[in-house]
Write a protein that binds this ligand. Structure first.
Ligand SMILES: Nc1ncnc2c1ncn2[C@@H]1O[C@H](COP(=O)(O)OP(=O)(O)OP(=O)(O)O)[C@@H](O)[C@H]1O
Ligand SMILES: [Mg+2]
Length: 321
């Protein structure tokens, strides 16, 4: 989709939904979650969240996330069963309701990042022992790791805390046998992700997985997988030349909008935020669409006529909403 079409459709966004009779409604950062006894309806909205609040609405983001995730669930279903039951609308998936394993399974293939908990920040600050693995001296920022590493964290509403195998077992978060299964599967999923991404000219740098247990006790991959919100991607062709020249890899960058808010207001404290500049919103939307097209090799298609909420309602008529 070209930039002009995006600019004409800046108000064609889904902020939130409030469907009646679809189940118990809960609002996540990005998704509206409707829980029924045995299934969940996940509606991806166009919310762009940072600083624990919604900063802007990015056209087509909800559809991009849903479709990217669906692509990857399909690409990995031989490794592990996933929660998808059906997808009645481009922004919606109906999934098996699971009890969520309270661990974010973070996998990293490269030593990078800028936040306090990122691998590069910790390494650059002198840390070599990461509990389940150690790293040698002399590594450079954005270098590939010899093999992918797992840096799991707790899944909590407050700040995610790093976890080691010893802690998972001692604190009895999951039984040892299940933990072994989770770690094996997370690494396998990541390797598959890297292989498929590379065939599209992309490096899958790092990601996080969530798992759950279905009613019958079966382990399932849940939530989202390898989306641009849950993963970092770099362009493969320019990677080596750029790091050799001391430059950052060419990445899918959505930070610029977050930074704009940081520079133009106090997103932690201000009650009301200034509206995001239209050209930035259009740019971010265009980047989401481009990364979707590159990952999946498919053109992004959407119906521009019906308002999104109306379309979803129509597509969910069998749910009596
Ligand atoms: N199959 C499933 N069964 C139960 N819960 C699920 C399932 N798939 C996803 N979820 C949960 O639904 C929510 C998805 O919504 P969203 O991504 O907006 O949430 P979030 O703000 O990231 O939430 P959280 O901070 O709890 O991860 C997540 O809390 C996720 O754990
Ligand atoms: Mg989430």
């Amino acid at each position: 989709m070209d930039k002009q079409t995006i600019e004409k459709n800046l108000t064609r966004v889904l902020e939130k939904t409030d469907f009646k009779n679809l189940g118990t409604r809960r609002q996540g950062k990005v998704r509206d979650i409707y829980t029924q006894p045995d299934k969940i309806i996940l509606v991806s909205t166009d919310r762009y969240s940072a600083f624990d609040r919604n900063l802007a609405l990015i056209p087509f983001k909800g559809q991009v996330l849903t479709q990217t995730s669906k692509f990857w669930f399909n690409q990995t279903k031989d490794i592990i069963q996933n929660h998808i039951i059906s997808s009645p609308d481009p922004n919606v998936v109906v999934v098996k309701k699971c009890s969520v394993i309270p661990i974010e399974m973070v996998v990293r293939g490269y030593i990078t990042g800028v936040t306090g908990t990122s691998l590069w920040t910790l390494y650059n600050g002198g840390q070599r022992d990461f509990g389940d693995f150690t790293l040698p001296d002399g590594m450079k920022k954005n270098q590939k790791l010899d093999s992918p590493v797992l840096t799991p964290t707790t899944k909590s509403d407050e700040h995610d805390k790093p976890l080691t195998t010893a802690e998972v077992i001692e604190d009895q978060i999951v039984p040892a046998e299940l933990w072994k299964q989770l770690t094996d599967i997370a690494i396998k999923l990541f390797k598959r992700g890297q292989k498929v991404a590379l065939s599209r000219g992309l490096i899958l740098v790092d990601t996080k997985y969530e798992f759950g247990l279905a009613d019958d006790g079966k382990l399932m991959l849940i939530d989202e997988i390898h989306t641009p919100d849950s993963s970092r991607y770099w362009q493969a062709d320019s990677y080596q030349a750029r790091i050799d020249a001391g430059k950052e890899p060419q990445n899918f960058d959505k930070e610029f909008l977050r930074l704009w808010f940081k520079e133009n207001c106090d997103p932690y404290n201000d009650k009301i935020l200034p509206p995001a500049p239209a050209d930035m919103v259009a740019e971010l939307s265009s980047r989401y669409i481009q990364i979707y097209e590159q990952i999946t090799g498919q053109k992004f298609e959407t119906d521009l006529d019906t308002p999104i909420a109306e379309r979803i309602k129509k597509n969910l008529t069998s749910f009596n909403i």
